[in-house]
Write a protein that binds this ligand. Structure first.
Ligand code: ADP
Ligand code: ZN
Ligand code: ZN
Length: 746
């Protein structure tokens, strides 16, 4: 890979070295635009001719020499920004990430820019557009529009909102409203208004409430962070759920913004868990920007711009927020640092947590990685003294931690997935006025259709996977490729009509509970029921109000929420985590149990947690319950050391898939031979093997695992290997990708 060489000097004779969104591992050289008058600095966007079209790239630097002969160099077309959009630290971070994750620099930079900027839009905020009724529109009686019910609905909605509605608000409630809106505009009933820019999402709900007085452990943690505020200082803040980690973040941030600097807070799934953002907005009277994938392009752009200009003092966001420019960063927080969602699993496969640490290092500021169940990677960094370790040993305030019990379900009479003992516990807690949470591992068994006479099971025609039953068991859907079909009425193998649902999805569990506890309010929270924006919150509201007394859910419930009246947590199946093909499954199971357990209870009603398992003797399960996460993690780390697996070694995965079964292993064999040719010193090449799910969406999948005790050896091999892989003959016939520090081996 070429280096971006010269720093920000530029003269009109210089050659522009530009990162162009393309799958090639290189920069592209251009002459400056013919009419360029100003000097340009790295970090500005440049429109350039590319192949037969044009595209927008980012200037990385200038050079006086190019490998391309001068006569062949083309002129760039236009410089889009007067000032660099991306500051030196972000260019550095992008370059580092491109090198480390072996992803083309142009594509990395393209994911740094919000979509409107990628498309060439000016880096300024557009005013907010809203739709309003005209006087004529106000006078129409919506109920008269019987022949156009959707128009009537939209009209009625606007009549209820005299201040008008934005595109986002309309999308939330109406779905595809644009054609309807158009016809209403034509009739002269509504009009569009554009306000001056208002700084994006900088609202606060500052309530001025006095925050709790910090306990000693919290106080110490805050002091530690604040004292380190002008140097790189990575801190692992470990504290059980409810121990007051968020209070520590809030207090530390208060100090940082008083000194005029900005805080970056990364959290998983804030689109689904608005509580965190709400807490920040209540606490601070400063502008707070929020960014996550559920927002419109316009809102994400304005969050990006206000963070970059320094207008927002705090930026809260999911994974991609780590690549947002900040004018004056003072502190980075990664909440729930163990969470898988910080790793991007496709395209540019980066770890936002790891990039956050690098960013803090470059900016010379502290970074706090917070979790009740830290990743083994971070714990090893503590052990090797790279990270400092701060602990919050107890739940804050008066709350106590729940007790965890193991329910041995071997040979027990079960009502599908519920043991009689767990049903009795639910009854007990409901009678005592409590609420219950039943948790199903999303990766456990989904319910499928089976023939009771011959054992036929409904399978996906394109994947090695069972179809999952949906919609009151009338539809089959594949959770891996999305294929869908009506459920069979008779068995395709033996023609029997005795087809029964087996397995244990949330939908099935919900039905079962409804039969067993008639009249008790039940809500179910999973990907299906929360697709609509706001659906999750309104369901959780029914739990908080006490209307729903049983909550059935998946992973989505494992973080961010707290239900003080839930006194019973039942984890329906923990066995999956104990015996999975993925070496990280046990770690995840331990984290999940504690995260789910942490949702429940308060001081006067401490929670009880029940784990159903066929393996009550499993030593790691016992360790987790009797001695807590620390002992569990230590034992799990020891196993990893024994097996020489991460975090003691470093891995990268080469994945390949194709529509014919022979191609992926053939390509992977060639790739392996290439690595050996290059001289894979100190790197073990394992495989090729079929992926844990060998066929998915009609494509056959295989993988080659690279493993090395030295990060450096692995990186040395990867940097020449990745670039040569595309020259392999089969490389054009398969889809392949490199995943450095792969977290999931699927
Ligand atoms: P975590 O982020 O570790 O889950 P939180 O910061 O959300 O913990 O705290 C859990 C609950 O305890 C919150 O309702 C919070 O307001 C409260 N809390 C936190 N610290 C204190 C404290 N020092 N005194 C009293 N209540 C506290
Ligand atoms: Zn059959
Ligand atoms: Zn499928």
């Amino acid at each position: 890979m070429k280096e971006a060489t010269t720093p920000p000097t530029f003269d009109s004779a210089a050659i522009l070295r530009i990162a162009v969104p393309s799958p090639l591992y290189r920069y592209f050289d251009y002459l400056s635009p013919i009419h360029a008058t100003t000097n340009v600095k790295p970090g500005v966007r440049v429109r350039v001719p590319f192949g037969r079209t044009q595209t927008i790239g980012v200037l990385m630097g200038t050079t006086s020499e190019s490998d391309v002969p001068p006569s062949k160099l083309k002129h760039a077309l236009e410089i889009l920004d007067d000032e660099p959009l991306l500051s030196a630290d972000l260019l550095y971070l992008a370059q580092w990430a491109a090198d480390y994750y072996h992803h083309p620099i142009g594509e990395v930079l393209s994911s740094v820019l919000p979509p409107p900027l990628r498309r060439g839009r000016a880096a300024e905020q557009k005013g907010r557009t809203t739709w309003h009724l005209t006087p004529e529109g106000r006078s129409i009686n919506a109920t008269d529009l019987t022949r156009a019910p959707r128009q009537a609905m939209l009209l009625a909605m606007l009549q209820q909102h005299p201040d008008g509605l934005t595109a986002d608000q309309l999308t939330d409630s109406e779905g595809d409203w644009r054609p309807i809106l158009k016809s209403l505009v034509k009739k002269g009933w509504i009009q569009q208004k554009t306000e001056a820019p208002r700084g994006g999402h900088v609202d606060t709900d500052h309530s001025g409430e006095t925050p709790p007085v910090l306990n000693d452990a919290q106080q110490r943690a805050v002091e530690h962070i604040v004292n380190a505020s002008t140097q790189f200082c990575p801190i692992l803040l470990e504290g059980v759920t409810g121990s007051g980690k968020t209070e520590v973040y809030l207090k530390a941030i208060e100090h940082i913004i008083e000194s005029g600097r900005q805080a970056l807070v990364l959290a998983p799934e804030i689109g689904l868990t608005p509580q965190l953002v709400a807490r920040f907005r209540e606490r601070f009277a400063v502008p707070i920007a929020v960014t996550h994938s559920g927002l419109s392009d316009g809102d994400r752009l304005s969050a990006w711009l206000t963070a970059r200009s320094g207008e927002s003092a705090i930026l809260i966001g999911t994974r991609s927020a780590v690549l947002t420019p900040l004018k004056n960063p003072g502190l980075i927080i990664v909440d729930e640092e163990h969470d898988l969602s910080f790793k991007q699993q496709e395209g540019f496969r980066y770890s936002a947590r790891d990039l956050a640490v690098l960013r803090a290092k470059y900016a010379n500021i502290p970074i706090v990685l917070g979790s009740a169940t830290p990743s083994l990677e971070s714990l090893l960094n503590v052990e090797s003294k790279r990270y400092q370790h701060l602990r919050l040993p107890q739940r804050a305030g008066r709350a106590t931690s729940p007790t965890i019990h193991i329910l041995d379900i071997r040979g027990q009479r079960m009502r599908e997935c519920l043991s009689a003992a767990l049903i009795a516990e639910i009854q007990k807690h409901l009678s005592a006025g409590g609420q219950a949470l039943l948790f199903l591992n999303r990766r456990g068994y989904a319910p499928t259709l089976m023939c009771h006479d011959c054992g036929w099971v409904a399978e996906c025609r394109r994947c090695d996977a069972h179809m999952t039953l949906h919609h009151g068991e009338r539809q089959l859907r594949c959770h891996h490729c999305g294929a869908q079909r009506p459920a069979e009425k008779s068995c395709p193998t033996c023609s029997s009509e005795n087809l029964i649902p087996v397995g244990r999805g949330t939908e099935r569990l919900n039905e079962l509970l409804a039969e067993r506890f008639p009249g008790v309010g039940i809500v179910r929270v999973d990907r299906d029921t929360t697709r609509r924006k706001g659906a999750m919150e309104s369901m959780l509201e029914t739990v908080h109000r006490g209307e729903s007394r049983i909550l059935v859910g998946t992973q989505m419930l494992a973080k961010g929420h707290h239900f003080p009246n839930i006194t019973l947590v039942g984890i329906v199946d923990v066995d999956y985590g104990l015996f999975s093909a993925d070496f990280r499954a046990t770690e995840r199971m331990g984290q999940l149990i504690l995260q789910v357990a942490g949702r429940a209870g308060r001081a006067d009603h401490p929670g009880e947690v029940f784990l159903q398992t066929h393996h009550p003797e499993h030593p790691l399960l016992h360790l987790l319950i009797s001695q807590g996460y620390g002992a569990f993690a230590e034992a799990t780390l020891a196993e990893r050391y024994q097996a020489q697996l991460p975090p003691y070694t470093h891995i990268a995965l080469l994945r390949a898939e194709a529509t014919t079964a022979e191609l992926p292993p053939a390509f992977l064999e060639n790739a392996k031979a290439l690595a050996i040719d290059i001289g894979a010193i100190g790197v073990a090449l394992m495989g090729p093997v079929p992926a844990p799910m060998p066929k998915r969406a009609g494509r056959y999948r295989g993988q080659l695992l690279l493993l090395s005790p030295q990060r450096g050896s692995l990186q040395r091999l990867l940097s020449s290997w990745t670039k040569q892989l595309s020259t392999l003959k089969l490389a054009r016939k398969v889809r392949w990708s490199i995943d450095v520090d792969a977290l999931e081996l699927f």
